[in-house]
Structure formats: structure tokens, C-alpha cells
Design a protein around this ligand. Structure first.
Ligand code: WT7
Length: 659
């Protein structure tokens, strides 16, 4: 593990953080109307458990909980003991019961321009039908369901139907490969896979079901594949196994009674990359997860269900889509936009056109997209009426101050608060963020832990560093939406998150961070071998394994190199086999495509360099630091711990020759 260096891909270097002195206090008008008040911090500090109990009580409990937290079996937390709850009831039925059935839940915008308007009453019907359909297949609480779908409304219906029946879902991003889907289905022994025939991507339909057919072929646990028709693409069909959504679901009754489950009943598994090749199945449960997803969504985005139109641009394949498209917003009775497609289809103003069309007031996106908008030019958002916007959010990686300022000026008209929200798949919900109307923000800083959350920056020994000091980010208190483990791998759960600061009992997040002289937190990027490409977590080992699985590759080393748009870009160094083809363009292209096929297009290396050797220590560990120097065109650092100190000369000489 390398200590935090501050070169986390964006320009959040220690130097420019130390000179960042701009602050933006909330306006008096915003503060007067804000959901969050400064007193939240005091209230949570005075009695954390009472604070969380109060947040949980905003949900509907079929049976009230009797105890807030049991941490005696740490690191396995239990929250809201004795409580029984149905997550889908809270996200859907409850709003119809309170007289808001006619309120729009989802303004859905398809990539080709088709639209659907779904009220809470419609949502209740759709989710009930889907739940009846899943029950008719014999699925019972506890069974796992894999969901491999683009951003169509049925994906949300499917997730909620699973939640309603207590079937933990495992959503797999539809951009992942058949192999990635296969291994996730296998790890969770899913009984059902829900998918679509195809998906629209950049104006064209692309097939999706063939990947499911491939993934399911070797997975005996899967009994059925339920297919939503989206692109009318031709599909292969396995009778008895494959079912059309429009046949099975549409025929069902819209009546379905939601049954309550224990607060700790598993809600979902979501896979994320770790430092080894095998993705981790992060497990989330019901009561605590929904409590924190709803609480953070209400306060961090200042959601007013009567008037706001909220839009989170993430995909349901990532945790942001789970917590801030599905569970948090729907629990809070938000009216939201869900968009199927890419931001430049059919033109680079698509997002702003959508903001204008629906009067979006809260917009939540990722720094990589903000930097892409910057590249496309400020004249594009300037063509649209963005005056409805009142809160802007950012998530996924450190946001560099330049992008933050651009976002504020060209999207937020120098008026809207920006919330930079730090969290992870594992944390389930936002942990560190300003509160709009309360916190004075600084461009590039996530500021501080939310009320009820404990986060600190500590040194190697676990001691909190002082103001101006840097180190590791830890979470020192259990929180309601924390992961309840890694599916099927307790040892890895303990090792990955809890062993680094075992004596202190801290959760180790894997991020470097620092305090500025005012005590605000600045995130500096991962300190492990995990890359952050466009806000997506990809492990270096995962890409290395994909590369060496190609017959021409003898050895591979992968690093994340700073990239002006994607935060980090994947740069691979490969040694080809003796008898393999030359390292020409065609060979490199073939390798890039091979990685895309093995993992998914998001893991395609930006650059592959064919080299004669890799720099290794005497114990055989690849020195990625030196390769990162090469990838970022820097003077190569200290080589004295290399087994063969001439290797770096060989690499540099070879690359110059090749270029
Ligand atoms: C990692 C978690 C949380 C949803 C999206 C990513 C990085 C996330 C921020 C932020 C700096 C951030 C961290 C974290 N990260 N948000 N606001 N500032 N870094 O979820 O795939 O689980 O990745 O993303 O490195 O550990 P994820």
C-alpha cells in the first residue's frame, strides 16, 4: 500500500489544496427554507442513537423497533432490532395511502426520445404485478435475483418487486461482459435473471440477451430468464427457461400485499472491485439502509417532494443508482427524471434540454461528466433555461476545484449550492458532504461528516492527524447503512475493512485524505491498487488478469494514470510471449478489445505499452509507482529497491523507440 500522495488523478494535489481559499457561504434565503438546520449536528452529537432512531421513525414500520443498535458482534452491526419493515411499501404504497397517488414518481426519458410518465399509483400497480409474477415462479424470501438491465422503468419495477418479496437483488451493470455477469450470478446462486432484449446506446440498439444466454449456460442455479422487450432485437429463446415480461407480468393482478421483514433482512448484493481480481459482493440490509438513504437524500439534496424535480444521472448498475435513484428518492416521495441514454445523444446539450423540459431543480452527477461538459464548452448549457436548478451534487471521485467552479458558474449561475458527496458502495449512503443551507463550501472539498456519522483522518498508527495534516480516511462509528459483510466471505470482509486499524475498531475506507487548516476534509483518492475511472472502481489486478488470459501476453502490470477527463485512465504495460506477434498497433488493439470483452468497455485500457521487462522488487512485487511515473510522463523516481535497477532504462528506451 502506498501512502496518500495527493496525485489522485484530478488536480487535487496537496499544493493546490493548500492554496484554495475561496469559500461559499449559504445564502440567507436558502438557509431559511432548508430542510437541514445547524441544530442537526448538535442533536446527533448529543445522542447518536436517539438521532438515528428519529430518522428511522420517518419510515413506516409494520412493527416498531425496540433497540437502535447492537454492535456487540462488531464488525457485523444490527440496526433497529425487533423492527419489521417492507422497503418497497415505504417507497411506493405509503405515498399512495397518504393521498399522493397522482404525483409523478418518474419522468422517464428514453434515449430515442420516447417518454413515459409514471405516477406513484402507476408505480404501485407495476411493482405489485411484478411481485405477483416473481412469486408465481416460486421465488421465496431470501432467494437471489440477478438484474441485468439498461435504464428502463422495468429495471426499477424489478428492484422494487424483489424488495417487496424479500428477494435480495444483484444488479449487474448492463455494460459489463457476459463473463462478469456469469461470475456474479454464480457467486450469489441466483435463481432468476431479469434482462432486456437489447439497449439503446448512442442512438443504436445493442443486443443484451446474448450475454445472458452465455452467462446462464454454465450456471445451473438459474431457473428462469425474464426478458423485457425494449429494442425489438432478435433473440434466441430457450423454451421453458425464458419468459417475456409482457406475457408473464402484464397478466398479473395489481393487488399485492406487502409482507414485513426483519430490519436486518438482506435487501441487495452489489459487486464492487477490490484489490484482488475477484469482485466483492457487498451486502446491504433493509431498515438501516433505507433510513440512511432517505435521511441523506432529504437533507443533502434538500428535497421538497411537493415542488422539486430531482435528477441523478447515475445508472442503476452502481450504488449511486440504488441509493439515489431507487431507494432514497422514492422513500422520500420525490418526483424524478430517469434518463436512459448517453449525454451526447443526439447532441451535447441533451442533459440541459432535459433540465429545461422537466424543470429539474436538483441535479446529481459525477466529476468526469462535469469535465466532459467543460470540454464541450460553456456555450452549450448557456443555450438552455437552467433557472429551475437550485442544488447541484457531485459524486464518484475527488472533484477538482476548476470543475467545481465551472459547475457552479455555468450550470448553477453562481447561485446554487454544490454538495460534494463522499461515500462508497460499502457505506450504502452519503457519509461526508456539506449540507446546503448550513455549510459554507470550498471548491473541491467534501467538507465534513454528516450529522450522525463519525469520520476522521488518521496516521499509520491510527492517531488522528491535526489541522493541515494528511493520512487515511477512517469511519470510527457504525452507521445504519453500513455493509453487513461480503457475500459468502467473512474473512475477506474482516481483512479488507477492519484489519488495518483493528485495535481502534475503525473502518478503513481505502482513501487518502487531509484536513485543511480549518479542519475541512479533502479526499485525495485511493491508497490501494484500485483505480477510479470516470467514478467507477476498477482494480489493477482485475485488468491484469484479463490481459494475461490472452494467449499473446506473458505478463502484465496495470496502473491508473492521471487523466484530465476520466480522473484516472488505465495504462497497461505488457510483456508479449516469445513466439507472439510483434507489439504493433493491431496487437495492442486486439488486447484492448480483449479486456473490454472480459470485463466490459469501461475497463478498456486507455493505453497499452509493450515492454521487454517489468520493474520488480527482490521479492517479486511489481513497482507500480515507477510505471505510473512513465505513464504520466514524469521523471522516474527512486529505483534502488528494484531487483534489477536497469529495467527502467530498458522500458524507457523501448518506449522511445516505439513511439
Ligand atoms: C470510491 C467509492 C459512492 C458512489 C460512487 C462510487 C471515491 C466517491 C467521492 C467524492 C472523493 C470519492 C472514493 C471511494 N469517491 N465519491 N465525493 N470525493 N472521492 O462508489 O464505486 O464504491 O467507489 O469512490 O475513492 O472510496 P464506489
Amino acid at each position: 500500500m502506498t501512502p496518500p500522495s495527493g496525485d489522485a488523478g484530478s488536480s487535487n494535489t496537496l499544493d493546490n489544496l493548500l492554496t484554495e481559499s475561496r469559500t461559499f457561504p449559504p445564502s440567507a434565503e436558502f438557509a431559511a427554507e432548508a430542510n437541514a438546520k445547524p441544530a442537526l449536528y448538535e442533536q446527533a452529537a448529543a445522542d447518536r442513537e436517539a438521532f438515528w432512531a428519529e430518522q428511522a421513525e420517518q419510515l413506516h414500520w409494520h412493527t416498531p423497533f425496540t433497540k437502535v443498535l447492537d454492535w456487540t458482534d462488531a464488525p457485523f452491526a444490527k440496526w433497529f432490532l425487533g423492527g419489521r419493515i417492507n422497503v418497497a411499501y415505504n417507497c411506493v404504497d405509503r405515498h399512495v395511502a397518504s393521498g399522493h397517488g397522482e404525483q409523478v414518481a418518474i419522468h422517464w426519458e428514453g434515449e430515442p426520445g420516447d417518454t413515459r410518465t409514471i405516477t406513484y399509483a402507476n408505480l404501485k400497480d407495476e411493482v405489485s404485478k411484478a411481485a405477483n409474477a416473481l412469486a408465481s415462479l416460486g421465488l421465496v424470501a431470501g432467494d437471489r435475483v440477478a438484474i441485468y438491465m439498461p435504464m428502463v422503468p422495468e429495471a426499477i419495477f424489478a428492484m422494487l418487486a424483489c424488495a417487496r418479496l424479500g428477494l435480495p437483488h444483484s444488479v449487474v451493470f448492463a455494460g459489463f461482459s457476459a463473463e462478469a455477469l456469469r461470475s456474479r450470478i454464480e457467486d450469489a446462486s441466483a435463481r432468476l435473471v431479469i434482462t432486456t432484449d437489447g439497449q439503446y446506446r448512442r442512438g443504436k440498439p445493442a443486443a443484451l440477451k446474448p450475454a445472458v444466454d452465455e452467462a446462464v449456460a454454465s450456471n445451473p442455479s438459474v431457473e428462469h430468464v425474464l426478458v423485457v422487450r425494449r429494442t425489438e432485437s432478435e433473440v434466441d429463446w430457450t423454451d421453458g427457461r425464458d419468459l417475456w415480461w409482457h406475457d408473464l407480468v402484464e397478466a398479473q393482478s395489481t393487488e399485492h400485499t406487502a409482507e414485513a421483514f426483519d430490519a436486518e433482512h438482506p435487501l441487495y448484493i452489489l459487486y464492487t472491485s477490490g484489490t484482488t481480481g475477484k469482485p466483492k459482493g457487498i451486502l446491504h440490509t433493509s431498515g438501516g439502509y433505507l433510513t440512511q438513504a432517505a435521511y441523506t437524500h432529504r437533507n443533502v439534496f434538500d428535497l421538497k417532494p411537493e415542488t422539486d424535480v430531482y435528477w441523478c444521472t447515475a445508472d442503476i448498475g452502481w450504488v449511486t443508482g440504488h441509493s439515489y435513484i431507487v431507494y432514497g428518492p422514492l422513500a422520500n416521495r420525490a418526483t424524478q427524471v430517469v434518463y436512459e441514454g448517453t449525454p451526447n445523444t443526439p447532441h451535447e446539450g441533451r442533459h440541459w434540454e432535459i433540465v429545461q423540459k422537466y424543470g429539474v431543480s436538483i441535479y446529481y452527477t459525477a466529476p468526469t461528466l462535469i469535465r466532459t461538459f467543460m470540454k464541450w464548452g460553456a456555450d452549450i448549457p448557456a443555450k438552455y433555461d437552467l433557472s429551475s436548478l437550485r442544488v447541484l451534487g457531485s459524486v464518484g471521485e475527488p472533484i477538482n476545484p476548476e470543475a467545481w467552479m465551472w459547475y457552479r458558474e455555468h450550470v448553477g449561475a453562481n447561485r446554487t449550492p454544490i454538495v460534494d458527496t463522499w461515500w462508497q458502495t460499502e457505506t450504502g449512503a452519503i457519509m461526508i458532504s456539506p449540507l446546503p443551507g448550513v455549510t459554507s463550501t470550498k471548491p473541491g472539498s467534501a467538507m465534513g461528516p454528516l450529522p450522525g456519522i463519525g469520520a476522521k483522518v488518521v496516521d499509520e498508527a491510527g492517531n488522528e492527524v491535526g489541522k493541515g495534516g494528511g493520512g487515511y480516511l477512517v469511519l470510527d462509528q457504525p452507521w445504519p447503512s453500513m455493509l453487513r459483510g461480503i457475500w459468502g466471505d467473512e474473512a475477506r470482509f474482516r481483512e479488507t475493512y477492519w484489519s488495518r486499524f483493528e485495535s481502534q475498531g475503525f473502518y478503513f475506507a481505502g482513501d487518502g485524505a487531509k484536513y485543511d487548516t480549518d479542519g475541512a476534509i479533502w479526499l485525495l483518492g485511493r491508497v490501494d491498487d484500485v483505480m477510479n475511472v470516470s467514478g467507477h472502481r476498477i482494480s489493477t489486478t482485475e485488468v491484469e488478469s484479463a490481459l494475461v488470459s490472452h494467449p499473446t501476453v506473458a505478463e502484465a502490470a496495470v496502473v491508473g494514470a492521471a487523466d484530465p477527463t476520466t480522473g484516472q485512465g488505465i495504462v497497461a504495460f505488457v510483456i508479449l510471449r516469445g513466439d507472439a506477434v510483434d507489439g504493433g498497433d493491431a496487437a495492442v488493439q486486439a488486447l484492448r478489445n480483449h479486456v473490454a470483452k472480459e470485463i466490459g468497455p469501461i475497463a478498456k485500457p486507455r493505453q497499452i505499452m509493450v515492454v521487454p521487462e517489468l520493474p520488480k522488487t527482490r521479492s517479486g512485487k511489481i513497482m507500480r509507482r515507477l510505471l505510473r511515473d512513465v505513464a504520466e510522463n514524469r521523471q522516474v523516481g527512486d529505483v534502488t529497491t528494484l531487483a534489477d535497477s536497469t529495467v527502467m532504462n530498458l522500458i524507457s528506451a523501448g518506449l522511445q523507440k516505439g513511439s
